[in-house]
Design a protein around this ligand. Structure first.
Ligand code: ZN
Length: 289
């Protein structure tokens, strides 16, 4: 039988199959390999004497460490338009982190009652060629939540964003009644007080939502400057037109990406961020030597 681990407690894994959730242990052999079952893992399991046993773990499409969840394939990247002011560079860095981890980002702009039409238009223009969906919401008032919930279907979603963006408010809205039933309990055992608490996957709108927010701080050291261009989806259509196959779209002659940015076919603000960040990464590399 096949299923997905939605919770792990004290050596037991709760595997959700199409019909039910089964408590399983991992087969002994996992202890001798590198792989330890993680929440989010797609597994095969069997039932012996009424006891579930995980027999194999399928290859992961992604792996998050904080929270520790496998196979997340979508991230709600939440930023407030104001209070705190939207930090455009930080938003771009979150998007790069998602791309790097093979997770599709969905941009969520919160506190829209505090923003102006110009703010929203600028954001829409900025990301129009990236293929990223962008939602404008007011989590406190529940505005825009229904259309966002629909995005959960058939995916494993993590919610991320900087502090102050409204992550817990949105999380509560998305979890809805489930959280209201369990919220008090987790408050009592000290959620957020650095007690060991593993993330769970909660079924919402026929999808799975990681119940703790992901990467609120970014560790971008792992990104190689030469790979950076891969994380800008709007560049991909132009790259084959650059004169040099190894073009970094930085200062090379006859660069199609640079040209597209100057013609406004690629958003200039995004392209300028790319160049700036590319320089930053080059600098970092040099400093190491
Ligand atoms: Zn180029």
């Amino acid at each position: 039988m096949e299923g997905i681990i939605i919770k792990g407690i004290g050596g037991f894994y709760y595997v959700k199959s199409s019909s039910e959730v089964i408590e399983c242990k991992a087969r002994g052999k996992f202890r001798h390999t590198e792989v330890t079952p993680m929440v989010g893992d797609r597994v095969e399991f069997s039932i012996d004497n009424n006891k579930g046993v995980i027999t194999s773990i399928k290859e992961r499409s992604s792996e998050l460490l904080r929270p520790q969840v496998a196979n997340v394939n979508q991230a709600f990247v939440l930023f407030a338009i104001k209070n705190p002011d939207l930090n455009f560079e930080l938003l771009n860095k979150f998007l790069i982190q998602c791309e790097y981890k093979n997770i599709k980002p969905v941009i969520c702009i919160n506190k829209i009652d505090q923003g102006s039409e110009e703010d929203f238009k600028r954001l829409e223009e900025c990301f129009s060629k990236t293929g990223y969906k962008i939602f404008f919401i007011n989590a406190k008032k529940g505005q825009g939540i229904d259309s966002l919930r629909i995005m959960l279907k058939d995916r494993i979603t993590v919610l991320c964003g900087p502090s102050g963006a409204g992550k817990s408010t949105l999380m509560n809205q998305l979890l809805g009644t489930y959280h209201m039933e369990t919220g008090n309990v987790s408050d009592k055992i000290g959620r957020g007080k650095h007690t060991t608490r593993h993330s769970e996957l909660v079924e919402v709108e026929k999808g799975l939502l990681v119940d703790t927010p992901g990467f609120s701080t970014l560790e971008m050291d792992f990104i190689e400057k030469d790979d950076l261009k891969e994380y800008f989806p709007e560049f991909h259509d132009y790259e084959s037109l650059c004169k040099f196959r190894s073009c970094m779209h930085y200062k090379e002659p006859s660069c199609a990406v640079m040209k597209a940015a100057s013609n406004n076919e690629i958003n200039e603000e995004r392209y300028n961020f790319y160049k700036k960040y590319y320089e930053e990464l080059s600098q970092r590399r040099n400093n190491k030597w």
